[in-house]
Design a binder for this molecule. Structure first.
Ligand SMILES: Nc1ncnc2c1ncn2[C@@H]1O[C@H](COP(=O)(O)OP(=O)(O)OP(=O)(O)O)[C@@H](O)[C@H]1O
Ligand SMILES: [Mg+2]
Length: 378
């Protein structure tokens, strides 16, 4: 059942519908509409992109900015991924040789034949090491690598996607926005590459892609991902229940799964995974027991997350776990929290920035249902 309710990225049979979103993303990719996929953490951005690329057999390179520590790292990862995708896309070894010589000749490509296949390596020494400290070098080479990849895809008449996941992390290594400037340069010139940016900090991404003063301004379609609809979940879970127990789940049990997990696919999968592994046809009591056990198994992660917060931030979070608050600076809230307005303002800003809470139409609420359960248990 872990196949059907995976803990990791969901694809294939384990992927719940998201029909509308898949269609839209596919259309954007095919029509060179560069897209920024925005949603809070764990809404399923990575899974959605993976599924669309997988089911449409689209070649791609994937850069996870969470694993990037400086600009040179971007260049190195890019070259490494480009070499892999070039090997995959070229129809024959001779074609591969001619393509890489034509488009990546500067990087002195080396082809080696090693099981399970061919390996392509580029010379990753900077062409002008003396200038490396200025960063111009990295940028020129990043632009050149992306444009060469686009030329290669154009010659092969193939669509290719460049995914920049966890893209809000670029802000940590790109204080003067020059890397974003280089990306703009490459994106604007792309013919066969569609760029997908994705990240979990709506504020930062909105600012990067919608802020007039920023290099990536007005470059992409903004695609806001909502939570998966409960109807889609119900159909999927009940189908799996019929296969397992010969009958759908009771309404009570279904509602409980969707309410504990707050319709986060990660938690729906975790909870259903343990219910299915348990084997007994679930009752409300069993679901409650399994959910509490799951929350407890996350205690270390939760404590680590909470330890990063100041006491004021924790106090506000605790209150918000009890209830969403609309008038966050209203008299009642000030009295309830027993904190001055300026401290609440600071705590709200920090919790928003760290992704603990969101604000929707003036209402502030905690994002992670695990935290809500944790605070209610202890
Ligand atoms: N459509 C889906 N069908 C089935 N499971 C899904 C779906 N979307 C997400 N999941 C599950 O939820 C988990 C979290 O999804 P994913 O990693 O794609 O979210 P994310 O928005 O990229 O999160 P983060 O911001 O933390 O990177 C996945 O590991 C997967 O198990
Ligand atoms: Mg992700």
């Amino acid at each position: 059942m872990t196949d059907l309710f995976p803990r990791g990225i969901a694809k294939g049979k384990a992927f719940y519908d998201r029909t509308k979103e898949r269609k839209q993303l596919k259309k954007n990719i095919e029509n060179s509409i560069h897209t920024v996929l925005i949603a809070p953490r764990r809404y399923g951005k990575t899974s959605l992109m993976t599924q669309v690329l997988y089911e449409n057999k689209i070649d791609y390179i994937w850069i996870d900015f969470m694993t990037i520590t400086d600009r040179n790292d971007v260049r190195l990862k890019l070259l490494q991924k480009i070499s892999t995708v070039a090997v995959k896309m070229a129809p024959t070894t001779d074609k591969l040789k001619s393509l890489v010589t034509k488009y990546f000749g500067n990087l002195k490509p080396e082809l080696t034949f090693r099981l399970p296949g061919i390996e392509l390596k580029f010379n990753t020494q900077l062409s002008n090491p003396q200038a490396a400290m200025t960063n111009t070098n990295y940028h020129d080479e990043i632009i050149e690598a992306l444009i060469s990849l686009d030329n290669l895809a154009t010659e092969l008449k193939r669509r290719i996607v460049v995914v920049c996941d966890e893209f809000q992390e670029v802000l940590r290594i790109d204080h003067n926005a020059t890397l974003q400037g280089s990306l703009r340069h490459a994106v604007e010139r792309a013919q066969q590459i569609t760029y997908l940016f994705s990240g979990s900090s709506p504020q930062a991404l909105r600012c990067m892609f919608n802020g007039k003063e920023n290099p990536l301004y007005a470059l992409c379609d903004c695609f806001y991902l909502d939570k998966i609809d409960s109807v889609e979940y119900r159909d999927f879970i009940n189908q799996a229940a019929i296969e397992k127990w010969g009958a759908p789940l009771t309404e009570e049990v279904l509602n409980q799964i969707l309410s504990y997990s707050d319709r986060y696919p990660r938690y729906v999968n975790a909870l259903c995974g343990t219910i299915w592994a348990n084997g007994m046809q679930p009752t409300a009591a069993l679901v409650e027991e399994l959910w509490h056990a799951y929350v407890l198994s996350k205690k270390t992660d939760i404590t680590e997350d909470l330890s990063e917060l100041t006491l004021n931030q924790r106090r506000l979070l605790q209150r918000l776990c009890g209830n969403a608050i609309d008038e966050i600076y209203g008299k009642d809230t000030l009295a309830m929290l027993d904190m001055p307005q300026s401290s609440i303002q600071k705590a709200v800003a920090a919790l928003l920035e760290k992704g603990f809470i969101i604000e929707e139409n003036g209402v502030y609420k905690v994002l992670d249902p695990i935290l809500i359960s944790y605070f209610s248990m202890f």
